[in-house]
Write a protein that binds this ligand. Sequence first.
Ligand code: SF4
Length: 287
Amino acid sequence: MARPLDSITREALVERVRFYRDLGLTEFYRRPLDPALLAAIAEDAGQPELIEPVSAEALRPALYAELGHAESHEEHTIPARRSFPAPPEIAAAVASAERAAGLEVIREDIGDCTRCALHKGRNKLVFGDGSPTARIMFVGEGPGADEDAQGLPFVGKAGQLLNNMITAMGLKREDVYIANVVKCRPPGNRTPEPVEANTCSPFLFRQIDVVRPQVLVALGATAATYLLGQRQPLAGLRGRVHAFRGMQLIVTYHPAFLLRDPRQKKEAWADLQIAMRELGLKPAAKG
Ligand code: SF4
């Protein structure tokens, strides 16, 4: 038998549902509410004894009423909202485990994806990697051969260079989040076709929305094009901060390009220093 919700616990639940709604994760409403999540929320609110266990069906009417929506699930269709930022106190209250859960929902939604032609040549889908609460997120173009084999982004030679760049910024790879515009390897490492990038990039946007880094770094022209929604030469986009959905977006060269033309590393470092300034980071001491 479900017990009545304490007002503090109810407010914590409502804030949590608002957070997911702000992320556009409307699917959240249609999934069974996880008893472990409910217990964690109750504990956050200092009321651990209140959830033992309250059924999801019992909770939904109370949550919908608090949010000012119809109680009926069928009538309750909340459109995805793409504006940012969500209230910072709500964002701050969301723990790492919950963001990880948000990423898992996206991964589940992608599934064994055949939405575009790139699925035909892939070995492993490359979803993303890193900290769900990263303050900085790097976005590349798509997986290469090593990434396709391992199912992880930036693990080949370009990945080693990216790791070095991250270390030079005074960070560790596990501090950042890394993803690509497309999650399956384009044949011969060609640039993704617009139809492929446009089909896949909504998943990237959802990942960004969940991780919600302070700074995004677009690695190369393809990432810059699909994040900013405009095709421009890289030279015109580098060297400054772009406003992006309440975050700061920096554009720089793709590490694979820097491997081909190492003279541009200095320029890339100048771009990363802009990101570091935004994050209040100092360069790593040379060992
Ligand atoms: Fe699906 Fe993206 Fe892979 Fe295309 S690239 S098949 S949209 S996961």
